[in-house]
Design a protein around this ligand. Structure first.
Ligand SMILES: C[S@@+](CC[C@H](N)C(=O)[O-])C[C@H]1O[C@@H](n2cnc3c(N)ncnc32)[C@H](O)[C@@H]1O
Length: 353
């Protein structure tokens, strides 16, 4: 069987699955988070002191014991290592420092984030997000069959753009009200905006199927996300901000059910088109920090955003990281959008993991 067909079959299997959360999680807990979290979303949290530092310092290091996982993916099983270097844009910093500075960036931009996305991408982010969610087809089921329960975890879900699309696609397009979505993010300010938007924009039935979870993607265990509990794990424009991407991928592997799907939408490389690449780079570095200054009064945060895009691995390198975490990929493992300005990577947790 080709790898692509394998993924499609397994995806269909995961959509049929009934048991969507660990038995320790109360099924009737919606709309609050289905996870027995120690780091729950709280509107009263201070934007400055809640992100990761607080979570990771108060919780013992996670041990990653999922069987079947590539051992390479288990070598970095601790978030925010103070003695390990990574990048914050073009600067070299420790993982702990990056997490703190990323938290500051998104606390600063939370209120203007959605408006800025439209300015910076000429609205293209909406097209990419629509395509991303359609390609995952959440809530799909054969005609005349009982709509299966499905739990989607939208990591780094921020202000809810992806989660809202999952719900609309599953409940309205696919007529499946049994799909629940958890928006998880490390930053309470982004989650607060997401919650306000959900109340303003979503019908009551979709609000009831939505929950919020404040958590570091590199340590979902501390937030109570059980092994093998998620059908679909999505992360859009979030993963390049993580301090330890292999660790986040190994957490994705742990929490997904066998046959469950990881789907990443992220800015990527336009190297195949040198002329377009030159124009794109000029636009990114010349205009985006300036727009950030004019629209959001914050040049530095947007300078970081363009630098973080530049530092993110190529499509091929990132595909290899997904494979190293234990996932199976179909075909080349990714789909370029707009010549590679963004790309969608997908992987499936093997059915016999
Ligand atoms: C560019 S926003 C993307 C938001 C949303 N997914 C979208 O597509 O509009 C990136 C998000 O990643 C979150 N983030 C950064 N590091 C994180 C981490 N370690 N764990 C979870 N979320 C993180 C930020 O707080 C921010 O909300």
């Amino acid at each position: 069987m080709s790898a692509t067909r394998h993924i499609l079959r397994a995806g269909a299997r995961c959509l049929r699955s009934d048991s969507i959360i660990a038995s320790s999680s109360p099924a009737a807990s919606l709309p609050s988070s289905p996870f027995p979290s120690r780091a729950r979303f709280s509107t009263t949290s201070s934007a400055r002191n809640v992100p990761t530092a607080g979570i990771s310092q108060s919780i013992p290091p996670t041990s990653t014991t999922t069987s079947g996982q590539n051992p390479e993916a288990q070598t970095q099983a601790q978030p925010n290592r103070p003695d390990h270097e990574t990048h914050f844009g073009f600067q070299t910093v420790t993982e702990a420092e990056k997490t703190q500075r990323v938290a500051e960036v998104f606390s600063n931009v939370a209120e203007t984030y959605d408006r800025m996305n439209d300015f910076m991408s000429f609205g293209w982010h909406r097209v990419w997000k629509d395509h991303y969610v359609s390609s995952l087809n959440p809530g799909s089921h054969p005609p005349f069959s009982t709509p299966p329960a499905q739990h989607i975890l939208d990591i780094a879900g921020g202000t809810g753009d992806i989660a809202f699309r999952h719900l609309a696609h599953a409940h309205t397009h696919n007529g499946n009200p049994n799909v629940r979505v958890t928006i998880s993010d490390i930053n309470p300010s982004m989650l607060a905006v997401g919650r306000q938007r959900s109340i303003a924009q979503l019908p009551a039935s979709q609000q009831a199927a939505l929950s919020f979870l404040e958590a570091n993607a590199e340590d979902l265990r501390s937030a109570g996300v059980a092994d093998n509990s998620v059908d679909l794990y999505t992360v859009a424009f979030g993963i390049r901000n993580f301090s330890n991407i292999p660790l986040a991928l190994s957490e994705a592997f742990r929490v997904l059910k066998p046959g469950g799907v990881l789907a990443v939408l992220e800015f990527s490389k336009v190297d195949r088109f040198p002329l377009f690449n030159a124009v794109y780079k000029r636009w990114s570095f010349g205009a985006i920090p300036l727009i950030g200054q004019l629209v959001a009064g914050d040049r530095d945060s947007y300078q970081y955003l363009v630098e973080s895009i530049e530092k993110f691995p190529s499509q091929r390198e990132f595909r290899d990281m997904i494979v190293a975490a234990g996932f199976e990929v179909g075909g080349q493992g990714w789909e370029d959008l707009t010549g590679g300005v963004a790309a969608i990577h997908k992987g499936m947790k093997p059915v016999r993991a």
